[in-house]
Every structure is written in C-alpha cells, then in structure tokens.
Write a protein that binds this ligand. Structure first.
Ligand code: GDP
Length: 363
C-alpha cells in the first residue's frame, strides 16, 4: 500500500486553528520535479558543441511519437542541417550470428585510431514486436561502448519500417552536426531493412559466413546487388579454408550481376572480427571506395538521390498517417475490412469509398 505521507495533502504536523501551517517535513514526500525541456536554440547549441547528453535528448525527441516533440525535433533537425553531411556513412548488415556486434566493436576501434568520432545507429524492423531492439545495444559492443569518442544508439522502435528508418536518418543528421564524422548503421539481414539502410549510407557492407556449403542460396539477390563490399567473417582456425572458398563463390556470383552505377567493382574479403585479422583491409577498401566515388562524382549524386528518396518517403509516411488517424476512417475501416473478407465488397470499391470519405472530410 502507498504510504499515506506520500499524499501531498498529508501534513506531518497538526497545528491549532489560527496558527499558520508550517511546511511539510515529511522526507518521503514525493515531489515530481519535471525536467524542463530545452528550447530549440539550446538543443542546437548543445549539439553543435558536441554535447552528447543534449544529443541523446534530441534523439529521444526525434523518436517520440508525441506531436509537440516531433515539432521541436523537426525544428532542431532543420537548424542542424547546415552542420551535417561531413561524414562517411557505412551500412553494416548480416544475419543474426554473423558477428555484427563483435565486428562493429573492432571496426569501430580501428576507425577511431585515425581520430574523429563514431556514431553507431541501427535499424531493426522487428523491434516493434519484440519491444526493444538488440541492434546497436551498447552491451554488445564492449570496447566501443566505453570509448569516449563513440555514441551508440539502439534502433528506434515505434512504427513502420519507413518510420523507423526516417528516425534513424534524422538521427544521422543530428550526430553529424555534433561532429561525428563516421556513422555506422547496423541492420539485420532480412531484406527490406537493407533497402532502408542502403538509402542512407555511402557504403554498404554485407557480412557473410562460410561453412554451410550453400551460402549463396541463402541471400537474396537484391541484397547482394546492394553491397559495395562483401566480407566473410570468422576466417580463423579450421574455418579458414571454408571462408576462402565462400569468398571465391561470392566473387563468381558478383560477376553475374550488372556493373553498379558507381563504377566501383564490389570486392569480397575474408576476415576474423574475433581475432582482429583482416580488419584493416576492410577499412582500406571502404576509404578507397569513398575516394573513388568522390572522384567520379557518384558520392554526391548518391547523396542527392537519397535526399530525393527521403522527400518522397516522408510524403508517403505523412499521407498514410493522416489517412489512418482520421477519425472517420478509423471508425469505418474495420467494417470495410469485414465486408471485403466476407466477399460483400471488392477491395477496390472498399478502398475507393474509404478514400472518398477521407478526401471529403479534408474539404
Ligand atoms: P551478431 O548477432 O551478428 O551481432 O553476432 P555476434 O557478434 O553476437 O557474434 C555471434 C557469435 O559469433 C558470437 O559467439 C561471437 O563470439 C562469434 N564470432 C563473432 N566473430 C567471430 C570471428 O571472427 N571468429 C569466430 N570464430 N567467431 C566469431
């Protein structure tokens, strides 16, 4: 039971009538001290100064579903935009168990040896269901999580994949404004989330494993086509030969794909994240790629294309939100769905009637 003294109306001392009630001396009195939210100016100044606490708070706003938080977040992002863009953004994908966290830990330490600051973000479309993402979880990256120049943030969990991805993209902008010049975006190798990550990074790194004998069948062609580099992890001990064989198979398979627009020929390397073997070569490849595409103009072209993509994604997301949160639509949706399921209405007629109602309501 709640202690009666925790009730604010409770006065510890009873005084006679006519005498002023002294202030409460109850040490258990719960005072709800509401933390004042920072202003847009304070957010922007803090972020640009590289204050990680303020950066974290801003990311929390970006992730919030409350409209007033979203409004502030959008203003902060807009003001941070001029300070953003100066980074290398790398997408890192692989199935669970491929060694993403082990690898990101060593990759991260390696790139930080050259100076700069690293942010590790994540897109995990399953996090909505599992209530919390494991990707980007600090505990999985033991060394990086205590490194003073790193910022690790798990996947935003609310909403559709499009919504989750948008939030991560906005977080990239804030991190860049805070001086993070290397950004890793981690994702699980399941398909759609790769497309989302690919749409916000400069280099897409696919982590693969050897040893199953039919590794090529397991990955979707689309994912391989997106990769700027494929790296076979766990090339250590008895696994070395299998890893080399897998690398050869991947190289052969890549030849069958049309040449990428970047003009870059995707490479296949083997490494061991756990034993820190071959890690330098992977990052030499990434930097070589960046030099290459900066030289031929593709780097800027791809970033512009990504901005365009996100403009349309943003429009789509907001239209969808506005439609599904419309009170009339909310009240009609179930019924129409049932009619379609029972065969009383075709999908198209149901959709048209809902859309007509929506557009009518907007007038
Ligand atoms: P994630 O699910 O993709 O994040 O994978 P983890 O990083 O958690 O790794 C999965 C398992 O593979 C762990 O038991 C790691 O210790 C192991 N592992 C990761 N990298 C290597 C490696 O380079 N060599 C070997 N032998 N094992 C590794």
């Amino acid at each position: 039971m709640e202690h009666p003294e925790n009730n604010e109306a409770y006065k510890g001392l009873v005084v006679n009538a006519g005498i002023e009630q002294p202030s409460s001396v109850n040490p258990y009195l719960k005072r709800k001290v509401k933390k004042r939210q920072l202003s847009v100016n304070e957010f922007v100044e803090g972020i640009v100064k590289g204050d990680v606490t303020i950066l974290s708070q801003a990311v929390t706003l970006v992730e919030s579903v409350r409209p007033e938080h979203q409004a502030t977040a959008q203003e902060v992002i807009e003001r941070c935009l001029p300070y953003s863009g100066n980074s290398i953004r790398v997408g890192i994908s692989g199935v669970p168990g491929a060694g993403k966290s082990t690898s990101i830990d060593v990759f991260g330490l390696h790139v930080l040896e050259k100076g700069g600051k690293l942010a590790v973000l994540a897109i995990d479309p399953s996090s909505e269901r599992s209530k919390g993402s494991i990707l980007g979880d600090k505990t999985r990256m033991e060394q990086l999580s205590v490194h003073p120049k790193s910022f690790i943030r798990p996947s935003p969990s609310a909403g559709s994949l499009g919504g989750v991805a948008r939030k991560t993209r906005e977080t990239i902008i804030l991190c860049e404004a805070a001086g993070f010049d290397k950004i890793f975006v981690e994702t699980v190798g399941v398909g759609q989330s790769e497309t989302a990550v690919h749409s916000m990074v400069d280099f897409f790194l696919l982590i693969q494993l050897a040893g199953t004998g039919d590794e090529l069948q397991g990955i979707k062609r689309g994912i391989m086509e997106m990769a700027d580099g494929i790296v076979i992890n766990k090339a250590d001990g008895n696994n070395m030969d299998k890893a080399k064989l897998a690398a050869a198979q991947f190289r052969n398979a890549l030849h069958l794909f049309p040449a990428p627009d970047s003009g870059w020929t995707p490479r296949v390397l083997t490494y061991s994240g756990f034993y820190n073997l071959g890690v330098k070569e992977i990052w030499d490849m990434v930097y070589e790629y960046i030099d290459f595409v900066k030289g031929n103009g593709y780097f800027e072209y791809r970033r512009n294309e990504q901005s365009k993509y996100w403009m349309y994604e943003s429009i789509n997301e907001q239209l969808r939100d506005s439609f599904y949160h419309n009170a009339k639509i909310e009240s009609m949706l179930q019924e129409k769905e049932q009619q379609v399921l029972k065969g009383n209405l075709t999908s198209f007629v149901a959709a048209k009637s809902l859309l007509d109602t929506y557009f009518e309501d907007l007038k």
